[in-house]
Write a protein that binds this ligand. Structure first.
Ligand code: RIB
Length: 303
């Protein structure tokens, strides 16, 4: 079977992960437990998730001309991702995320650096890559104008678009109309609805119909043909960073194969659950076989 083409246009970060039992208050110093430098960035994470499952993934983005940039480009091409369209830009450092993990939860500060150089012009340069894709997968860690340009090009070529609206920001009605699937978490969903408060009832309904709301271990909600809940899985949590990214990469993979939405969400949900069992955003991202085995075990447990 020919592999489906997924193009991810998004951020590439180095994650600086500190595990600590105590989070310092302002002016306080505490001793942490461990520190790791691991690949991250929502764009790169989603690209890795889809590639590990078997998709033919191209990443469009920017890193700095520095050690992190070099390491990330090498790492991502080792994951089988086409990296020819990732630019190493001068005068901006590679994006980083400072992540504190405490008590199973994470707190993240992203400094975009080179990710801000993913301009609409750069996106436009790669129109032919977008046009040849089965799915374009986007997030909001690059400038919104560039996300808008990517969506405009994808629509021009009838390519399906998934936008993971994270970190959340207000989206215009015109933009939402062009998106096929929006994948907010519960908090982002609330924010989307607040920013749509002036829209007509029909426009709000249309927005909801595109939403696939991720709720972590509580599962996923879809609203396409009425409200439907897809239940989550209980697993041993090591690090929840990147669970949403794994879900998005796996969703793009499943949908690109023509699998219907509910089934695709079930698969993506299982991939997301597996991802939290290891440290690092990309550490626990599963292969297709691992997801299928996990789903089989869950089925047997249910009896
Ligand atoms: O979604 C998790 C990701 O968000 C991390 O890898 C970090 O880089 C931030 O972009």
């Amino acid at each position: 079977m020919t592999r489906k083409k997924i193009t991810v246009i998004g951020s590439i970060n180095m994650d600086l992960v500190t595990e600590t039992r105590k989070i310092p208050r302002a002016g306080e110093t505490v001793l942490g437990d461990s520190f790791h430098t691991v690949p991250g960035g929502k764009g790169a994470n989603q690209a890795v998730a889809a590639a590990r499952l078997g998709a033919d993934v191209t990443l469009i983005g920017c890193v700095g001309q520095d050690a992190f940039g070099e390491e990330l480009v090498k790492h991502l091409s080792n994951q089988g991702i086409h990296m020819d369209y990732v630019r190493m830009v001068a005068h901006q450092p590679t994006g980083i995320a400072s992540i504190i993990i405490s008590d199973g939860d994470n707190r993240i500060i992203v400094v975009p650096g080179a990710n801000n150089q993913v301009s609409p012009e750069l996106v436009e340069e790669h129109e032919n890559i977008i046009a040849k894709s089965d799915i374009v997968l986007l997030q909001l860690e690059i400038p919104l104008k560039s996300v808008e340009k990517a969506i405009e090009i994808a629509k021009k070529h009838n390519v399906k678009v998934i936008l993971n609206p994270a970190p959340i920001q207000a989206l215009s009605k015109e933009l939402v109309q062009k998106i096929d699937y929006l994948t907010p978490n519960e908090h982002e969903q609330q924010e989307l609805l607040i920013s749509a408060s002036e829209w007509s009832e029909q426009e709000k309904k249309d927005l909801m119909a595109k939403c696939i709301v991720t709720k972590g271990s509580k599962g996923v909600m879809i609203f396409q043909n009425g409200e439907k809940e897809i239940s989550g899985y209980k697993v041993e949590v090591v690090d929840t960073t990147g669970a949403g990214d794994t879900f998005n990469g796996a969703l793009a993979y499943s949908l690109s194969l023509g699998i219907e939405l509910e089934e695709a969400c079930r698969f993506a949900n299982a991939a997301g659950a597996l991802s939290v069992t290891k440290l690092g955003a990309q550490g626990g991202m599963p292969t297709k076989q691992e997801v299928e085995e996990f789903l089989e075990i869950q089925k047997e447990r249910k009896g």
